[in-house]
Structures are given as structure tokens and as C-alpha cells.
Design a protein around this ligand. Structure first.
Ligand code: ATP
Ligand code: MG
Length: 193
């Protein structure tokens, strides 16, 4: 089995995330992609992050109709900040060690890999796939030759930050997120200004 792992805050999950996962699944012939919403993200401790349960549910809603996609609770259920190395260890335990894991990350997050905990171990546990993202330069961080692949994907200049700001300003988010996620945000009242 070839398994993609797509980690993110997903506050909220948007179509940029779904296109990235779908494109990597196609290009790397992945059997499935596991989306892993973070617990309390350590890079974002400076801003309010929605409750893990809301972010987890939106991720389930957004991915439910795609047979290739599933959602894991490993990071949501682990106490403390989320580190990618822990995510990969727990996903390997959950899925079975004998799979070929591909960790999917956008150009911005790939650039930060040197600041991740145990980057060499991350690269031992999974192949890293860096995808293009508008506004960010996609570059190989220069660790472990052969363990990182860069991939151009359709450009979607969408971010969760922008979606939160749009909701706060009363602007539309239709077509930036799936209809179910749009409905969930309205129902729970997330991001309202
Ligand atoms: P925020 O603005 O809150 O940081 P975000 O849109 O960057 O949200 P994250 O949950 O931080 O979303 O991102 C999860 C992963 O998805 C990261 O690896 C990020 O680089 C990638 N990603 C997010 N949006 C896109 C996009 N539009 N195109 C390609 N990759 C993306
Ligand atoms: Mg981000």
C-alpha cells in the first residue's frame, strides 16, 4: 500500500488542501491519503486556533465523498503540541509499518522543515512531497537526497487565514471550501467577526 499523509491545521480545510492531496495521489499512485488535523499547533501558538473537534469534523465532512481519503485522530487525541515526527510514528502504528508513506506539504511548510523536530527521522519515516503554492517558493530543503520530491500542482491562491478573514468580514467563501464545510462554519458560528 502506498499511503499519503496530509497534515494541517485545517482551520478550515479548503479546496487547496483537497487539490494538493488529489494531485499527489494521482502522480504518486497512492492508494489512499490520510488527512491528519493537528492538535494544538506549535507554529501557531500566537493566534486562536479553533477547537480540534471542529477542525476534525470539517476535515471529515470535506473528505467524506472521496474513497481515497480518510481522516486520522492521532494528533487531535495526543496531548501537547503536534510534531510531524510523532504524527508519522502514530500513523505508521495505525496503518501498519509495511506501507510506503508520503508526507504531503505545501511550499511554505516545506521551507520550515529544518525547524521541525527530528527532520532526519521524518525523512526516514516518509518520502516528502513538496507541492507548489502561490506566493511561496518551492525549494528542496537540501536534506537526505532522494527523500524529497517537488511537484507542481494547479495553483489555488487560497489559505485558511484568508477564509477566516472573509467570514469575519461577511464575504462569501462558497467554492473556496466544500458545501458541507461552508454549512458547518455557518451552523457553529466559526470565525464570525
Ligand atoms: P493558515 O492560513 O491558517 O496557515 P493554510 O491555508 O496554510 O492555513 P494549513 O492547514 O496551514 O492551511 O496547511 C496544511 C498544509 O496544506 C500545508 O502543508 C500547506 O502548505 C498546504 N496548503 C495549504 N493551502 C495550500 C494551497 N492553496 N496550495 C498548496 N498547498 C496548500
Ligand atoms: Mg498554513
Amino acid at each position: 500500500m502506498r499511503v499519503g499523509v496530509m497534515g494541517g491545521t485545517f482551520d478550515p480545510i479548503h479546496i487547496g488542501h483537497l487539490v494538493a492531496a488529489s494531485e499527489v495521489a494521482h502522480r504518486f499512485a497512492l492508494d489512499r491519503v490520510v488527512f491528519v488535523p493537528t492538535g494544538q499547533p506549535w507554529q501557531k501558538s500566537d493566534r486562536h486556533v479553533s477547537a480540534p473537534e471542529d477542525r476534525y469534523l470539517m476535515t471529515v465532512i470535506a473528505t467524506a465523498a472521496d474513497d481515497r481519503f480518510s481522516v486520522s485522530r492521532v494528533d487531535v487525541d495526543r496531548d501537547g503540541p503536534t510534531y510531524t515526527v510523532d504524527t508519522l510514528r502514530d500513523i505508521r502504528t495505525e496503518c501498519g509499518e509495511d506501507h510506503d508513506f508520503h508526507f504531503i506539504t505545501g511550499a511554505d511548510a516545506l521551507g520550515e522543515i529544518l525547524s521541525w523536530r527530528e527532520p532526519d527521522e521524518v525523512l526516514r519515516l516518509a518520502h516528502l512531497v513538496g507541492v507548489t503554492r502561490p506566493g511561496h517558493v518551492l525549494a528542496d530543503p537540501g536534506l537526505a537526497p532522494g527523500r524529497v520530491t517537488l511537484l507542481e500542482i494547479p495553483a489555488l491562491a487560497i489559505s485558511s487565514s484568508d477564509i477566516r478573514a472573509r467570514v469575519a468580514r461577511g464575504e462569501p467563501i462558497r467554492y473556496l471550501v466544500t458545501p458541507g464545510v461552508e454549512a458547518y462554519i455557518a451552523k457553529v458560528g466559526l470565525y464570525a467577526g
